[in-house]
Write a protein that binds this ligand. Structure first.
Ligand code: GTP
Ligand code: MG
Length: 196
């Protein structure tokens, strides 16, 4: 798929305020600072369509981008960010879980995981929860340029082994880097398949 246009549509605070549209949607989620916004910019080939930050917790709303006038990409707030109040954290996670459970337009969720780290409970727990929702999921191991290929592969193996130990089917896996542009083509191909 070629990206011909990408425009910010709107931010939503909860499921009710998401855009009313019939366009199919894919969403990006993952721990704060894992590289969601960066990956969205890589995919759309835009420098700052989604706001990137060195400070975790930048994306606090559900941000909707209209691509090629016929589908939607959603940048979801990162989970596991400590520097917000309990109340804010509760509201984010309520909004995000409601979105993931009930958004009818949603065709696929890309869960981003830092490829430099051994499996983190917060990611494993989230992926297991998401697997019970009725939506296809793909794991994207980000920042692959920051670690050796063998370490990245080891972390991926450890992660998927933890998931499949508990009866979960082997998830699809993509490795990404905004430096080398790795993963861009695979993600776009997967999005096309999600809409087919
Ligand atoms: N080297 C390298 N750095 C990356 C990559 N992806 C993201 N980063 C850096 O990681 C930091 C966080 O990136 P963001 O895209 O803002 O992360 P996010 O997941 O959107 O963060 P929140 O919105 O806070 O949840 C930034 O400093 C990025 O430049 C990558 O593939 N390689
Ligand atoms: Mg972000």
């Amino acid at each position: 798929m070629k990206i011909k246009s990408s425009v910010f549509n709107r931010s939503a605070t909860d499921l009710k305020s998401c855009p009313q549209s019939a366009m199919p949607e894919v969403a990006f989620i993952g721990r704060s600072n894992v590289g969601k916004s960066s990956l969205i910019n890589l995919i759309t080939e835009r420098r700052d369509l989604a706001k990137v930050s060195g400070t975790p917790g930048k994306t606090k709303l559900l941000n909707f981008f209209t691509i090629n006038n016929n589908w939607t990409l959603v940048d979801l707030p990162g989970y596991g960010y400590a520097k917000v109040s309990q109340q804010q954290r509760y509201e984010f996670s309520q909004a995000v879980s409601e979105y993931l459970e009930k958004r009818e337009n949603l065709r696929c969720v890309f869960v981003l995981i830092d490829s430099r780290l051994e499996p983190q409970d917060i990611d494993v727990v989230f992926v297991r929860w998401l697997e019970r929702c009725d939506v296809p999921l793909v794991l994207v191991f980000t920042k692959a340029d920051k670690e050796s290929a063998s370490r990245v592969q080891r972390n991926i193996d450890l992660f998927t082994r933890q998931l499949t130990e508990n009866t979960m089917a082997m998830p699809e896996v993509i490795t990404s880097s905004i430096k080398s542009k790795a993963g861009r083509a695979e993600i776009l191909t997967r999005i096309e398949r999600a809409f087919a």
